[in-house]
Design a binder for this molecule. Sequence first.
Ligand SMILES: Cc1cc2nc3c(=O)[nH]c(=O)nc-3n(C[C@H](O)[C@H](O)[C@H](O)COP(=O)(O)OP(=O)(O)OC[C@H]3O[C@@H](n4cnc5c(N)ncnc54)[C@H](O)[C@@H]3O)c2cc1C
Length: 614
Amino acid sequence: MGLFSRRKTVFVDSDILVIGGGMAGCGATYESRYWGRDLKIVCVEKANIERSGAVAQGLYAINCYMGMQWNENQPEDHVRYARNDLMGLVREDLGYDIARHVDSTVHKFEQWGLPIMKDPKTGRYLREGKWQIMIHGESYKPLVAEAARKAATEVYNRIMVTHLLMDRNNRNRVAGAVGFNVRTGDFYVFRSKAVIVSAGGASHIFKPRAVGEGMGRTWYAPWSSASAYALPILAGAKMTQMENRIVLTRFKDGYGPVGAYFLHLKTYTQNAYGEEYESKWYEHTKKLVGDYIDRHPVPTCLRNHAFLEELKAGRGPIRMVTKEAFQDPHKETVGWENFLGMTIGQAVVWASQNIDPKFTNPELTTSEPYVMGSHATCSGAWASGPEDYAPAEYQWGYNRMMTVEGLFGAGDTIGGTAHKFSSGSFTEGRIAAKAAVKYVLEKGREQPQVSESEYEDLRTVIYQPLENYEVGRNEIVAGTVSPSYLLPIHGLQRLEKIMDEYVGGISSNYTTNEPMLTRGLELLGMLKEDLAHIGAEDLHQLQRTWELQHRVLASECVTQHTMFRTETRWPGYYYRGDYPKLDDQDWHCFTLSRYDRESGKWSLEKAPVYHIVD
Ligand SMILES: Cc1cc2nc3c(=O)[nH]c(=O)nc-3n(C[C@H](O)[C@H](O)[C@H](O)COP(=O)(O)OP(=O)(O)OC[C@H]3O[C@@H](n4cnc5c(N)ncnc54)[C@H](O)[C@@H]3O)c2cc1C
C-alpha cells in the first residue's frame, strides 16, 4: 500500500464532460445546456474559470468577427484569408463552420455586458483591422465564465485532468477522465458519456527567450501546458499539423502586442540603421516559397522570415518606429492603453528600461515557438467536419469528434483551423457541444463502461511522484539534489533544451534537419524514461509533474511531424535545413499522426487538402 492511499476518491457522473474552462470550454458548457436541457453537464478546470486560460488578463480586441450584419465580410472571405496565411493548408470546412457562426457569439458577448467600441460615424463596431474589433476587455473572461457557470450542472475548479478513461468494451471510445484536486489532493474519477477537450495550447515546450527569474514571461500563457494534445494523443486520437508551431514578432522582453500599433497607430518597422528591410528579402523569399510571397496580406510566417534574415545579415535590432505616431497625444494614449488591456508587463518593461516610445523606437523580437490551434497556426486533433459542408473524407461521425468515439474538441485543441482566436474558440466550443449532445442522445442507453482497474492503476501512477520524493529525500545528505529523483523544473529545462537545440528553437535560428530531429527523438525517449523518477514535494509540484508529462508527449508529436514533412512550408516559423524550399507537389497536404499507447510507437500519414472555397 502506498503512502498516499488515504486520499479520498470522488466520483462524478455526467452526460457531457468539458475539460478546460477557457474560451472554448465556456462556449461548450454554455451550448451543451442549450441543446441538452435535462443533461448533466460538468466543466472541470485546473485553475478557476473566472480567470483561467489565455484570456485571463483580458483582451483589447476580438480578432475574429465577420460583420455580416453590415456586409463587411462573408465566411468565405475568412476561409480565403486563413488559407493564404497558412500557406494553402487549412481545413476549409471547419474554418467556414466557425466563420458562419462567430458573429452570433460576439453578439451574445455584447448582450452579456462586454463593452465593444463603436465607430461614432457609422455606429458599427470599431475595427482595428479587417477581422478585429476593439473591446474594453478587462472583464472578458469573467463575463464568459458567468455564462458557463449558469449553464453547467457543476463546475469543478482546481482539478488537473491527467488522463482520459476508455470504455472497457471498446478501447476506441472515451468514457471519462481522471485527475486530482491541486489544493486538497483528492482523486477525481469523472465518468461521462461524451468528453469535450478544450484545454488550451502549449507554451514552454521550447526554451523561452526569458530564462531564470524571467522564465514565466512567455508570449503564450505559461500555464498552457499541452494537455489539449497529450490527453487525445494518449487516447489514440489522430493529430494533424503538429509541425506547424508558431513564432510571434512582438515587443522585446514583454511580448506586448503589435497589432494595434501597426493597424491603428500606423507605425512601421526598420532595421538598426533606419532602413526599410522587408522588400530587400523579396527575391530571396520568392525562390523558397514561389508566389506565396505575392499574396495579400503577406503570410505571417513570411514577415517573420524577412525579420530573421535581416538579423542574420547583422543589421539588427529591428525597431518599431513609434516616435512619429506618439507625437499625437491621442495616439500616445492609445499606445499605452493597448497594454493595459492585456499586457501590462510591457509598459513595466519599458519603464524599467528607460524606453519612452515618444523618444525611443522600441525593439522587436521573435518569440520561441508555441503549439496552438487558434492563432496564425493550426496544430491539433484531426476532427470530423460539419455534415452539410465537409467532404466525405473529413466526415466519420459527429462534428468536431476526433477519431476516438465520443471524444470532441474545440479551440486550441482542434487542428487545421487557424485564426479562430477568442471568439472563434468559444464558437467552436458551441459547435462541438451541439454535436456532443446529439451523440449522447442518439446513443441512448448504449453507454460506455469504466473499468475500476483502469482508474485504480492510474491513481497509483498519478500520485507516484509524491512517493518518489518522500522516499528519495532520505538519501539527500546536503543541498537539494537527490540521487534517485529529478524535480519537475529539471525535467522541464531538459525538455526545453532538447526542443530548442534539435527541433528548431531560438538557439538554432529555428532550423533543424533529419539528423537533428533523430537525435532529438532519442533524447526525448531518454527523458520519457526518466519521467518515472520525478519527485514532487507537494501538490503544486505534482501539478507541475503532470504538466511536464503532457508537454513531453506533445513535444514528441511535434518532432515526429517535423521529421515527416520533408519541406520548409512555413519559413519564419521553422526551417528544415535539408529541405529548405516549399514543395507543393509532394506536401500540399495535411500530416496526420497516431500514437499507440501500448507500443509507444508513432505512425504518420498524409491526408488531402480539399479547397472548397474558390
Ligand atoms: C498574449 C495573447 C494575446 C491574444 N490576443 C488575442 C486578441 O487580441 N484577440 C483574440 O480574439 N484572441 C487573442 N488571443 C487568443 C485567445 O486567447 C485564444 O485563441 C483562446 O483563448 C483559445 O481558447 P482555448 O479555450 O482553446 O484555450 P484557453 O482559453 O487558454 O483555455 C484553456 C483552459 O484549459 C485549462 N486547462 C489546461 N490544461 C488543463 C488540464 N489538464 N485540466 C484541466 N484544465 C486544464 C486552462 O487552465 C484554461 O482555462 C490571444 C492569446 C494570447 C496568449
